[in-house]
Design a protein around this ligand. Sequence first.
Ligand SMILES: [Zn+2]
Length: 196
Amino acid sequence: MKSLKKLTGELRYNKRLNNNIIQNNMTPLDIVLFPDNGLREVCKPIPEMTDRLDKLIDDMFYTMYDAPGIGLAAPQVAVQERLIVVDVSEKGDQPIALMNPEIIQSSGSIDWEEGCLSLPGIYGKVTRPSDILVRGMNRDGKIIEFEANELQAICIQHEIDHLNGRLFIDHLSNLKRNRAVKKFHKEQADMQAEQS
Ligand SMILES: [Zn+2]
């Protein structure tokens, strides 16, 4: 998930790059953009933690902080496996990596103007449960459960949607989705025209 407009900007970017989560051996990955088919696939469950996944998690955090974003799902870096990384903290010092994440309980309701690193430049108001109980495997290979609320709950739901081939624009009305997609394609075309 992309940072919200109010949270983005130089200050947040510098904070994130200065924090000790980012190390020299991390590699920024290319982010898959809409309408790539890979964003529409149901991703495979992860049977166990491996060194490959450990490196992927580091690289996904790097890519997310660098973007800057507050969440990233594996299919957004062309890996069709059930892995998400999230950090909604102001300082970028509360990274959560979760494999095979599931929502076991949900309640409440919250509206949020969401964005997505795979759909840069477009935003739309989505309504989701505000309080969730999440289960998944952490990077130590342990099954954990925790409660998430508000922005963290929104972000986790947005990232789990990615693992099921769903994007935030799918939650919008047809009219709003068509408008958003049109705007996205136009901005991408304008950007390409500028670059050539
Ligand atoms: Zn997204």
